[in-house]
Write a protein that binds this ligand. Structure first.
Ligand code: SF4
Length: 488
């Protein structure tokens, strides 16, 4: 490598905002519908949004009501090589269009049914193109499986850090030890046990983790959100994410009026569980009818939000940060490069230092003051927490809305028009390398999954019934699905 090339590489590696990120963000902003271009919007300013995989391992060995997988999902064989190959292609397209860094979910079925080696190789393939992968699971797997994913063939950690999102709620059927839970409380030990596996992983192998707790909410368990929030806040989860149920996927699993559960209704219960208001209006990912979230520091049970829309100085600090540093990448970078990058960023805007110090002071104050934070930190009682509500849409609206969008037609029907607005500002995308398209996850689940699974059934026909994958027989899942079909 010539000196000139080495210098160019160094400059690019330490440049506060990578030019590909800048391009992707500008395009994201330009493509947003006008109603989403608000001061609090994060898409196109500091993020392109989340990404997810699809059409690779649709099978699952639990049965939930609702379930977003299409009715054919369990008729497709899990194939590790297929998953690695297809996810690599999907991530390649996402890198090309959405820039060098994004959070991406390894999702589309139950991830722990993947052979551990294929799971590991898929995560590595995602990381190789700058994706921060999160494995989405029902959490019903053993520590040995986790070790087999995280450690390579020589027993060394293949990752410094892993991210898992575990789905726990009483609408799920078939979990070992809680086949038909009657309440959310019955699942508390399972939530704890899952988080504990990662504490053990850290102790034994020095591998860090980021954990999310996911819960689907229907009228049946809405009032239990409060207690779940209280319980899970005590555990080692970094994010608590709630999804009001939608009519998508397998219609054999629709047995309630999901429309009764709104974002506001869920957020109220989360606040009751947290024991305080959770300010969320200072930032927005996509459309407020789709998403609500807040990030803060939990100091000995007290949540100190990073930003509060009622504090004008917070809003001023947010705007400075987004204008000057939106799109900076902090993850998966050597420490020396990150240090120089941050120094370059700060030196190019030294006037930002006082407002940022002011913001840190206000966060400390919300957490009870510096002394309280230090005291809590000594006892290991300080951690970042994120609360999320993600509100998927019903297939009945998504199908016609998407069809019209592809023809460039704005719907007359107000409900379909609203659906189009939300799809246009979607923050959760999936890639189709075969067409070069990137589609909202609602479209993937409502329109494309069923078609994709017909093809997958031919490509990956089922193995004989009863063959074991991760210690849970496929026969059990098929029996539960059949049972679910007859019960619902
Ligand atoms: S369009 Fe669907 S997938 Fe996209 S952000 Fe809205 S609810 Fe989520």
């Amino acid at each position: 490598m010539s000196i000139a090339t080495a210098l160019r590489d160094f400059e690019l590696q330490t440049r506060p905002i990578h030019p590909d990120t800048r391009r992707a963000l500008d395009k994201r902003w330009a493509d947003l519908p006008e109603h989403a271009k608000t001061p609090e919007q994060l898409l196109g300013k500091c993020a392109v949004g989340c990404e997810g995989t699809h059409g690779v391992f649709p099978k699952c060995n639990l049965t939930c009501s609702p379930c977003y997988h299409s009715a054919d999902a369990n008729k497709v064989r899990i194939d590790g090589d297929h998953t690695v190959t297809e996810v690599t292609k999907q991530m390649g397209l996402l890198r090309q269009i959405r820039g060098p860094r994004a959070h991406a979910q390894l999702i589309g079925g139950e991830v722990s049914l993947l052979p551990a080696k294929a799971h590991r190789e898929t995560l590595l393939a995602m990381r190789a193109v700058g994706r921060e992968p999160m494995s989405m699971t029902h959490g019903d797997f053993d520590y040995e499986y986790l070790l087999d994913v995280v450690l390579d063939e020589t027993g060394k950690p293949a990752f410094k850090k892993v991210s898992f999102a575990a789905h726990f709620d009483s609408l799920m059927r078939g979990r070992r030890g809680a086949v038909r839970p009657k309440s959310e409380a019955e699942l508390t030990p399972f939530r704890e046990e899952f988080a504990e596996m990662f504490a053990t992983l850290k102790k034994e192998h020095k591998v860090d983790s980021y954990l999310a707790h996911n819960m689907t909410v229907t009228p049946t368990n809405l009032d239990e959100v409060e207690q779940v929030t209280r319980d899970v806040l005590e555990m080692n989860y970094d994010m608590m994410s709630f999804q009001p149920a939608a009519f998508i996927g397998d219609d054999r699993r629709w047995k309630e009026n999901f429309e009764e559960v709104t974002i506001d209704a869920v957020w109220e219960r989360i606040e009751a569980g947290a024991g305080q208001k959770l300010p969320h209006k200072a930032v927005q990912f996509g459309d407020p009818r789709c998403n609500r979230h807040t990030v803060g520091v939990l100091v000995d049970g007290r949540f100190a939000s990073v930003l509060d829309a009622d504090e004008p100085k917070d809003i001023a600090a947010r705007d400075r940060f987004l204008k000057h540093y939106g799109g900076m990448i902090f993850g998966d970078i050597p420490t020396w490069a990150l240090t120089i990058k941050v120094m370059r960023a700060v030196l190019s805007h030294p006037q930002d230092i006082p407002p940022m110090v002011g913001l840190v002071n206000r966060i400390l104050k919300r957490g009870g003051g510096l002394r309280a934070v230090i005291r809590a930190a000594r006892r290991g009682k300080v951690s970042f927490k994120t609360f999320v509500v993600h509100n998927f849409m019903d297939a009945e609206q998504v199908k016609p809305a998407w069809q019209l969008m592809q023809q460039g037609v704005v719907a007359d029907d107000p409900k379909i028009k609203e659906t189009q607005e939300r799809l246009g500002s979607c923050m959760y995308a999936m890639a189709h390398p075969e067409t070069g398209e990137i589609v909202p996850a609602c479209v993937q689940h409502s329109v494309l999954d069923p078609i994709e699974n017909i093809g997958l059934r031919k490509l990956l026909p089922l193995e004989p019934k009863g063959e074991r994958t991760t210690g849970i027989t496929n026969g059990r899942a098929d029996d539960l699905v059949a049972e679910g079909a007859s019960r619902w």
